[in-house]
Design a protein around this ligand. Structure first.
Ligand code: RM4
Ligand code: MN
Ligand code: MN
Length: 424
């Protein structure tokens, strides 16, 4: 389904007078409204091709109907999200879940929808039908060289697909590790993994980046071979200047100070990108900002501070992606909520009075420092985010429009009620 310009305008007209009042209030309260709007508009978040179907848990999956049946339909769904929000101009593909068999057609379709291709994701955490060797005991860490070679070749193939589409990065997430003490020699597992990553790295085109994503646990529950940011940073430092660490918010042990991790990775020039989601317990893949919005704000505070310190472009120097997929909601509504939560946290971080914060820090004035953060966090920036959408030609109220235009019903009519998207 395509959302027409007329539909967008008609809906915006109905909401405009209320929005105007709210926007005038907030823009009168702050002195950099135009700059904030510019940054908000430029900030785009990639949508992964595996988040468009209803997610499952290991106990089951309850499909929702109208799920995309092909890569083409996934692109259409993301085009819709982008038309509603003006904030999701890219798609991140997972191979082999979404092989672009006719690259030229896929590229043209993405372009029609205003989309570009973000990072390519490889998959050596599942066995595929017809695959020669199994990843049951790991891929790049494997004791058998032939398995490692298969994993390396897969990643090189993923780079090739990406090149055809104009992607510029590869994300490697490894489920490698062990579930019982004694199962692995940690040092050898690390060495094997490093050597495998080095081979992939040497196949990386000159203008590409490689992201090494870490995860503390699951599917292995005793050790993970890329288990935390320290291990990822070891790999990426040894690999070279095109390798970066990727932070997925759900991949830490409980209570980890993610904002501090972000600050230090940025300082080292080794933060590559982000997978946004939220969690209460583990890798829950819940809607961004649904559980810990203050943590998300504190992370954005460090991102903005750290990127400004290095004169980085907020929108383009790091890779931003949502990596969430849940089993209860309409996936498109879930993504709309996530996009909104990211923009809100970013907007709030842009409001922080940095000069006063530095002053308070230098005076050891703990209360003032905290109050400065609270001032920004407690501000209602929703009208700023909506105004940025309006100026980008998108909708003032994405979820309301999505419902009013009965998008899901249209998709069910078009695709059927029993479709199932590829993914987890
Ligand atoms: C992993 C990790 C990867 C994602 C897969 C589907 O937990 O977050 O980024 O590609 O899930
Ligand atoms: Mn991830
Ligand atoms: Mn994950």
């Amino acid at each position: 389904m395509i959302l027409s310009k007329e539909q967008v305008e008609k809906n915006n007209k109905g909401n405009w007078s209320i929005h105007k009042k709210k926007y005038e209030f907030i823009s009168g309260e702050i002195d950099n409204a135009e700059e904030v709007l510019r940054k908000l508009t430029a900030f785009q978040i990639a949508i992964p091709s595996w988040a468009l179907g209803t997610g499952g848990t290991r106990f089951g999956r309850f499909g929702g109907g109208g799920e995309p049946r092909s890569l083409e339909e996934k692109i259409a769904d993301i085009g819709l999200l982008h038309a509603l929000t003006g904030s999701a101009d890219a798609i991140s593909l997972h191979i082999p879940w979404d092989i672009p068999s006719k690259a030229e057609n896929i590229k043209a379709l993405a372009k029609e929808n205003g989309l570009r291709f973000d990072a390519m994701n490889s998959n050596t955490f599942q066995d595929q039908p017809g695959q020669k060797l199994s990843y049951k005991f790991g891929s790049m860490q494997h004791v058998d060289k032939a398995v490692r070679k298969q994993a390396i070749e897969h990643n090189i193939q993923v780079i090739k697909y990406g090149q055809e589409l104009g992607s510029k990065s590869l994300t490697v997430w490894l489920s490698d590790g062990s579930s019982f003490p004694g199962q692995l020699n940690f040092r050898k597992a690390f060495q094997n993994t490093l050597e495998s990553l080095q081979e992939v790295y040497s196949a990386l085109p000159g203008d590409w980046k490689m992201f090494v994503e870490y995860k503390a646990f699951e599917p292995n529950f005793y050790s993970m071979t890329v288990g935390d940011w320290g291990q990822s940073l070891l790999y990426t430092s040894k690999l070279g200047s095109k390798a970066y660490t990727l932070v997925d918010l759900g991949h830490h042990l409980a209570h980890a100070n993610i904002e501090q991790i972000v600050a230090l990775l940025l300082m080292e020039g080794k933060l590559g990108g982000f997978h946004f989601n939220d969690s209460k317990y583990g890798d829950d893949d819940l809607t961004v900002g649904s559980i810990k919005p203050y943590q998300l704000f504190l992370i954005f505070n460090e991102l903005v501070e750290g990127m400004d310190a290095k004169k980085m472009n907020h929108a383009t120097d790091l890779a931003w992606m949502i990596d969430a997929s849940h089993n209860l909601k309409d996936p498109l509504e879930d993504l709309l909520q996530s996009l909104e939560a990211i923009k809100i946290a970013y907007a709030k971080a842009l409001l922080i009075d940095r000069k006063k914060l530095v002053e308070a820090q230098n005076n050891n004035d703990v209360v003032t420092a905290q109050e400065i953060l609270h001032d920004a966090f407690r501000a209602d920036v929703r009208a700023l985010v909506a105004e940025a959408r309006l100026r980008a030609g998108a909708t003032l109220n994405p979820i309301a429009v999505y419902r009013k235009e009965k998008v899901r019903d249209h998709l069910i009519k078009e695709r059927g009620s029993k479709t199932m998207a590829t993914g987890l």
